[in-house]
Design a protein around this ligand. Structure first.
Ligand code: ASP
Ligand code: CP
Length: 330
Protein backbone atom coordinates (compact mmCIF):
# COMPACT_ATOMS: atom_id res chain seq x y z
CA UNK A 1 0.00 0.00 0.00
CA UNK A 2 1.28 3.46 -0.76
CA UNK A 3 0.15 6.78 0.61
CA UNK A 4 0.20 9.92 -1.45
CA UNK A 5 2.04 12.77 0.26
CA UNK A 6 -1.06 14.87 -0.26
CA UNK A 7 -3.45 12.60 1.70
CA UNK A 8 -3.49 15.00 4.61
CA UNK A 9 -4.35 18.36 3.23
CA UNK A 10 -1.38 20.47 4.21
CA UNK A 11 -3.30 23.60 3.25
CA UNK A 12 -6.17 22.69 5.57
CA UNK A 13 -3.95 21.69 8.39
CA UNK A 14 -1.63 24.60 7.94
CA UNK A 15 1.41 22.64 9.02
CA UNK A 16 4.61 23.95 7.49
CA UNK A 17 5.85 20.79 5.88
CA UNK A 18 5.57 18.47 2.95
CA UNK A 19 5.66 14.92 4.27
CA UNK A 20 8.33 12.72 2.69
CA UNK A 21 7.51 9.04 2.91
CA UNK A 22 10.91 7.49 3.30
CA UNK A 23 10.45 4.68 5.85
CA UNK A 24 12.23 6.67 8.54
CA UNK A 25 10.37 5.00 11.44
CA UNK A 26 10.99 1.44 10.31
CA UNK A 27 12.41 -0.57 13.21
CA UNK A 28 12.46 2.52 15.47
CA UNK A 29 11.22 2.69 19.05
CA UNK A 30 8.90 5.52 20.06
CA UNK A 31 10.09 6.58 23.49
CA UNK A 32 9.64 10.35 23.76
CA UNK A 33 7.73 13.01 21.88
CA UNK A 34 11.04 14.86 21.50
CA UNK A 35 11.91 12.40 18.72
CA UNK A 36 9.39 14.06 16.39
CA UNK A 37 9.99 17.09 14.20
CA UNK A 38 7.40 18.84 12.01
CA UNK A 39 8.22 16.71 9.03
CA UNK A 40 7.76 13.51 11.06
CA UNK A 41 4.35 14.75 12.23
CA UNK A 42 3.26 15.24 8.66
CA UNK A 43 4.38 11.72 7.90
CA UNK A 44 2.49 10.17 10.84
CA UNK A 45 -0.70 12.23 10.40
CA UNK A 46 -0.77 11.61 6.69
CA UNK A 47 -0.87 7.87 7.31
CA UNK A 48 -3.31 8.25 10.25
CA UNK A 49 -5.70 10.26 8.09
CA UNK A 50 -5.52 7.64 5.36
CA UNK A 51 -6.31 4.90 7.88
CA UNK A 52 -9.18 6.94 9.32
CA UNK A 53 -10.78 7.14 5.90
CA UNK A 54 -10.10 3.48 5.15
CA UNK A 55 -11.59 2.29 8.45
CA UNK A 56 -14.71 4.32 7.66
CA UNK A 57 -14.84 2.79 4.19
CA UNK A 58 -13.82 -0.84 4.69
CA UNK A 59 -13.40 -1.48 8.44
CA UNK A 60 -10.13 -3.37 8.35
CA UNK A 61 -7.10 -4.10 6.17
CA UNK A 62 -4.53 -6.84 5.68
CA UNK A 63 -1.47 -4.63 5.90
CA UNK A 64 -0.04 -6.25 9.04
CA UNK A 65 -1.23 -9.80 8.46
CA UNK A 66 1.24 -12.18 10.08
CA UNK A 67 2.59 -9.53 12.47
CA UNK A 68 2.18 -9.80 16.24
CA UNK A 69 1.99 -7.01 18.82
CA UNK A 70 2.83 -7.61 22.50
CA UNK A 71 0.82 -5.23 24.68
CA UNK A 72 2.60 -5.13 28.05
CA UNK A 73 0.83 -3.05 30.68
CA UNK A 74 2.19 -2.79 34.24
CA UNK A 75 -0.36 -0.05 35.01
CA UNK A 76 -4.14 0.14 34.42
CA UNK A 77 -5.38 1.25 31.02
CA UNK A 78 -8.59 1.18 29.04
CA UNK A 79 -7.96 3.43 26.02
CA UNK A 80 -4.27 2.95 25.26
CA UNK A 81 -4.32 -0.83 25.63
CA UNK A 82 -7.62 -1.35 23.76
CA UNK A 83 -6.83 1.12 21.01
CA UNK A 84 -3.46 -0.50 20.30
CA UNK A 85 -5.20 -3.89 20.16
CA UNK A 86 -7.93 -2.48 17.93
CA UNK A 87 -5.31 -0.77 15.74
CA UNK A 88 -3.38 -4.01 15.29
CA UNK A 89 -6.53 -5.97 14.53
CA UNK A 90 -7.84 -3.38 12.07
CA UNK A 91 -4.56 -3.71 10.21
CA UNK A 92 -4.93 -7.49 10.05
CA UNK A 93 -2.36 -8.33 12.75
CA UNK A 94 -2.77 -10.15 16.05
CA UNK A 95 -1.75 -9.39 19.64
CA UNK A 96 -0.51 -10.89 22.88
CA UNK A 97 -2.29 -8.81 25.55
CA UNK A 98 -0.68 -8.71 29.00
CA UNK A 99 -2.91 -6.26 30.77
CA UNK A 100 -2.43 -7.57 34.24
CA UNK A 101 1.22 -8.36 34.92
CA UNK A 102 0.15 -9.91 38.23
CA UNK A 103 -0.73 -13.05 36.30
CA UNK A 104 2.52 -13.03 34.31
CA UNK A 105 5.99 -14.06 35.47
CA UNK A 106 6.56 -10.45 36.55
CA UNK A 107 4.90 -11.52 39.82
CA UNK A 108 7.60 -14.20 40.21
CA UNK A 109 10.17 -11.42 40.15
CA UNK A 110 11.12 -11.40 36.47
CA UNK A 111 12.91 -8.19 35.50
CA UNK A 112 11.76 -5.79 32.81
CA UNK A 113 14.73 -6.61 30.51
CA UNK A 114 14.00 -10.35 30.73
CA UNK A 115 10.28 -9.81 30.16
CA UNK A 116 11.09 -7.72 27.09
CA UNK A 117 13.54 -10.34 25.78
CA UNK A 118 10.82 -12.95 26.18
CA UNK A 119 8.09 -11.00 24.43
CA UNK A 120 10.28 -10.00 21.53
CA UNK A 121 10.92 -13.66 20.87
CA UNK A 122 7.18 -13.97 20.16
CA UNK A 123 6.18 -10.57 18.80
CA UNK A 124 7.32 -7.95 16.26
CA UNK A 125 6.60 -4.82 18.31
CA UNK A 126 6.05 -4.19 22.03
CA UNK A 127 3.80 -1.52 23.55
CA UNK A 128 4.86 -0.87 27.15
CA UNK A 129 3.19 1.02 30.02
CA UNK A 130 5.19 1.00 33.23
CA UNK A 131 5.18 3.07 36.47
CA UNK A 132 8.84 4.13 36.26
CA UNK A 133 10.15 7.12 34.32
CA UNK A 134 12.61 5.91 31.68
CA UNK A 135 11.26 2.34 31.63
CA UNK A 136 10.52 2.40 27.90
CA UNK A 137 14.04 3.67 27.17
CA UNK A 138 15.46 0.93 29.39
CA UNK A 139 13.36 -1.69 27.59
CA UNK A 140 14.58 -0.38 24.23
CA UNK A 141 18.19 -0.95 25.31
CA UNK A 142 17.46 -4.66 25.61
CA UNK A 143 15.15 -5.04 22.63
CA UNK A 144 15.93 -5.67 18.98
CA UNK A 145 12.30 -4.93 18.08
CA UNK A 146 10.52 -1.55 18.35
CA UNK A 147 9.26 -0.49 21.79
CA UNK A 148 6.38 2.00 21.94
CA UNK A 149 6.10 3.99 25.17
CA UNK A 150 2.47 3.87 26.33
CA UNK A 151 3.26 5.89 29.48
CA UNK A 152 6.34 5.73 31.72
CA UNK A 153 5.29 6.84 35.19
CA UNK A 154 5.10 10.62 35.44
CA UNK A 155 7.45 10.93 32.47
CA UNK A 156 5.81 10.89 29.06
CA UNK A 157 2.93 9.52 27.02
CA UNK A 158 4.09 10.29 23.48
CA UNK A 159 1.38 8.45 21.53
CA UNK A 160 -1.23 10.38 23.53
CA UNK A 161 0.40 13.69 22.56
CA UNK A 162 0.32 12.65 18.90
CA UNK A 163 -3.36 11.83 19.08
CA UNK A 164 -3.99 15.07 20.99
CA UNK A 165 -2.36 17.10 18.23
CA UNK A 166 -4.18 15.09 15.56
CA UNK A 167 -7.41 15.97 17.40
CA UNK A 168 -6.56 19.68 17.47
CA UNK A 169 -5.86 19.58 13.73
CA UNK A 170 -9.10 17.73 13.02
CA UNK A 171 -11.16 20.01 15.26
CA UNK A 172 -9.59 23.36 14.41
CA UNK A 173 -7.94 22.77 11.05
CA UNK A 174 -4.65 24.28 12.23
CA UNK A 175 -2.47 24.97 15.21
CA UNK A 176 -0.56 28.16 14.55
CA UNK A 177 -1.64 31.11 16.69
CA UNK A 178 -3.78 29.07 19.10
CA UNK A 179 -3.87 29.51 22.88
CA UNK A 180 -3.78 26.14 24.63
CA UNK A 181 -4.63 26.03 28.34
CA UNK A 182 -3.65 22.95 30.32
CA UNK A 183 -5.61 22.48 33.54
CA UNK A 184 -5.25 20.23 36.58
CA UNK A 185 -2.37 18.00 37.56
CA UNK A 186 0.53 19.31 35.52
CA UNK A 187 3.14 17.89 37.89
CA UNK A 188 2.31 14.20 37.66
CA UNK A 189 0.30 14.20 34.42
CA UNK A 190 2.50 12.62 31.77
CA UNK A 191 0.15 13.54 28.93
CA UNK A 192 0.69 17.26 29.47
CA UNK A 193 4.45 16.78 29.66
CA UNK A 194 4.48 15.23 26.21
CA UNK A 195 1.89 17.61 24.79
CA UNK A 196 3.68 20.77 25.97
CA UNK A 197 6.91 19.55 24.36
CA UNK A 198 5.07 18.76 21.15
CA UNK A 199 3.32 22.14 21.06
CA UNK A 200 6.67 23.88 21.41
CA UNK A 201 7.25 23.01 17.73
CA UNK A 202 4.48 25.50 16.86
CA UNK A 203 3.67 29.15 17.30
CA UNK A 204 1.27 28.81 20.25
CA UNK A 205 0.64 30.35 23.66
CA UNK A 206 0.55 27.72 26.43
CA UNK A 207 -1.16 28.52 29.73
CA UNK A 208 -0.68 26.24 32.72
CA UNK A 209 -3.46 26.35 35.33
CA UNK A 210 -2.97 24.18 38.40
CA UNK A 211 -2.90 24.17 42.19
CA UNK A 212 0.45 25.52 43.49
CA UNK A 213 1.65 22.04 44.42
CA UNK A 214 0.87 20.55 40.99
CA UNK A 215 2.65 23.02 38.71
CA UNK A 216 4.29 22.02 35.44
CA UNK A 217 7.86 20.87 36.29
CA UNK A 218 10.20 23.87 36.24
CA UNK A 219 12.79 22.12 34.08
CA UNK A 220 10.21 21.49 31.37
CA UNK A 221 9.04 25.12 31.50
CA UNK A 222 12.64 26.36 31.16
CA UNK A 223 13.35 23.92 28.34
CA UNK A 224 10.40 25.31 26.39
CA UNK A 225 11.25 28.92 27.31
CA UNK A 226 14.72 28.39 25.85
CA UNK A 227 13.04 27.42 22.58
CA UNK A 228 11.01 30.63 22.65
CA UNK A 229 7.62 29.11 23.54
CA UNK A 230 5.25 31.60 25.16
CA UNK A 231 4.08 30.17 28.50
CA UNK A 232 2.29 31.52 31.58
CA UNK A 233 1.24 29.97 34.89
CA UNK A 234 -1.98 30.53 36.84
CA UNK A 235 -4.02 28.97 39.59
CA UNK A 236 -7.39 30.45 38.57
CA UNK A 237 -8.93 29.27 35.29
CA UNK A 238 -11.08 32.42 35.02
CA UNK A 239 -7.96 34.47 34.27
CA UNK A 240 -7.44 32.73 30.93
CA UNK A 241 -10.68 30.97 30.03
CA UNK A 242 -11.99 33.68 27.70
CA UNK A 243 -8.75 33.72 25.69
CA UNK A 244 -8.45 29.93 25.40
CA UNK A 245 -8.85 28.05 22.10
CA UNK A 246 -8.05 24.59 23.44
CA UNK A 247 -8.82 23.69 27.06
CA UNK A 248 -6.96 20.48 27.96
CA UNK A 249 -8.28 19.18 31.28
CA UNK A 250 -6.45 16.50 33.27
CA UNK A 251 -7.26 14.21 36.19
CA UNK A 252 -5.47 14.73 39.50
CA UNK A 253 -3.20 11.65 39.44
CA UNK A 254 -4.21 10.13 42.77
CA UNK A 255 -1.94 7.09 42.33
CA UNK A 256 1.19 9.29 42.30
CA UNK A 257 0.59 10.93 45.72
CA UNK A 258 2.45 9.55 48.73
CA UNK A 259 0.34 11.59 51.18
CA UNK A 260 -3.45 10.99 50.89
CA UNK A 261 -4.13 14.26 52.73
CA UNK A 262 -2.25 16.14 50.03
CA UNK A 263 -4.40 14.48 47.35
CA UNK A 264 -7.55 15.38 49.31
CA UNK A 265 -6.43 19.00 49.46
CA UNK A 266 -6.36 19.32 45.65
CA UNK A 267 -8.72 16.67 44.33
CA UNK A 268 -11.67 18.97 43.68
CA UNK A 269 -9.67 21.98 42.53
CA UNK A 270 -11.35 22.36 39.12
CA UNK A 271 -14.63 21.11 37.68
CA UNK A 272 -15.77 22.09 34.19
CA UNK A 273 -19.54 22.69 34.23
CA UNK A 274 -22.02 24.13 31.72
CA UNK A 275 -21.70 27.46 33.61
CA UNK A 276 -17.96 27.51 32.93
CA UNK A 277 -18.49 26.51 29.31
CA UNK A 278 -20.88 29.46 28.97
CA UNK A 279 -17.92 31.79 29.60
CA UNK A 280 -15.68 30.07 27.06
CA UNK A 281 -15.24 30.88 23.39
CA UNK A 282 -17.95 29.51 21.08
CA UNK A 283 -15.32 27.57 19.11
CA UNK A 284 -13.18 26.46 22.06
CA UNK A 285 -12.25 22.77 21.97
CA UNK A 286 -12.54 20.94 25.29
CA UNK A 287 -10.15 17.99 25.54
CA UNK A 288 -9.22 15.41 28.18
CA UNK A 289 -6.97 12.34 27.81
CA UNK A 290 -9.44 10.43 30.02
CA UNK A 291 -10.32 8.78 32.32
CA UNK A 292 -12.15 11.64 34.05
CA UNK A 293 -13.16 11.31 37.67
CA UNK A 294 -15.26 14.42 38.15
CA UNK A 295 -13.20 17.23 36.63
CA UNK A 296 -15.61 17.56 33.70
CA UNK A 297 -19.26 17.32 34.63
CA UNK A 298 -21.32 14.89 32.51
CA UNK A 299 -23.70 17.76 31.68
CA UNK A 300 -20.96 19.10 29.44
CA UNK A 301 -20.82 15.99 27.23
CA UNK A 302 -23.60 17.16 24.91
CA UNK A 303 -21.82 20.50 24.27
CA UNK A 304 -20.45 20.34 20.70
CA UNK A 305 -17.18 21.78 22.01
CA UNK A 306 -16.63 18.67 24.16
CA UNK A 307 -14.14 16.77 21.99
CA UNK A 308 -12.85 14.13 24.45
CA UNK A 309 -14.77 11.19 23.01
CA UNK A 310 -13.77 12.13 19.45
CA UNK A 311 -10.19 12.54 20.74
CA UNK A 312 -10.28 8.97 22.02
CA UNK A 313 -11.40 7.66 18.64
CA UNK A 314 -8.64 9.53 16.79
CA UNK A 315 -6.21 7.57 18.96
CA UNK A 316 -6.94 4.37 17.04
CA UNK A 317 -5.95 5.91 13.69
CA UNK A 318 -2.78 7.49 15.08
CA UNK A 319 -1.81 4.17 16.68
CA UNK A 320 -2.56 2.30 13.46
CA UNK A 321 -0.17 4.70 11.74
CA UNK A 322 2.55 4.22 14.36
CA UNK A 323 2.32 0.42 14.19
CA UNK A 324 2.45 0.40 10.38
CA UNK A 325 5.36 2.86 10.36
CA UNK A 326 7.59 1.11 12.90
CA UNK A 327 6.94 -2.20 11.14
CA UNK A 328 7.95 -0.59 7.85
CA UNK A 329 4.59 -1.22 6.23
CA UNK A 330 3.33 2.26 5.44
N1 ASP B 1 -4.79 7.95 30.75
C1 ASP B 1 -3.81 9.00 30.88
C2 ASP B 1 -2.49 8.40 31.35
O1 ASP B 1 -2.37 7.20 31.49
C3 ASP B 1 -4.29 10.10 31.76
C4 ASP B 1 -4.74 9.70 33.13
O2 ASP B 1 -4.64 8.52 33.52
O3 ASP B 1 -5.20 10.59 33.85
O4 ASP B 1 -1.57 9.14 31.56
N1 CP C 1 -5.59 8.33 27.87
C1 CP C 1 -5.15 7.15 28.36
O1 CP C 1 -3.96 6.85 28.34
O2 CP C 1 -6.14 6.34 28.82
P1 CP C 1 -5.90 4.93 29.53
O3 CP C 1 -5.14 5.21 30.82
O4 CP C 1 -7.26 4.37 29.76
O5 CP C 1 -5.06 4.09 28.63
Amino acid sequence: MTFAASTINVETHRLPFEAQHDGRFKGQSILSISQFNLDDLGYVFDVAEEFRLMVKRVGSLNLLRGYILANLFYEPSTRTSSSFLAAMQRLGGTAIPINEVRYSSVSKGESLPDTIRTLEAYADVIVLRHPEVGSAALAAQYARKPIINAGDGIGEHPTQALLDLFTILQERGGISGLTVTMLGDLKYGRTVHSLAKLLSLFDVQINYVSPEILRMPADLVSQLAAKGTRQAEYTDLREVLGATDILYVTRIQKERFTDPAEYDSVKDSYVITPEIMAQARPNMVLMHPLPRVGEISMDVDSDPRAAYFRQMEYGVYVRMALLALVLGKA
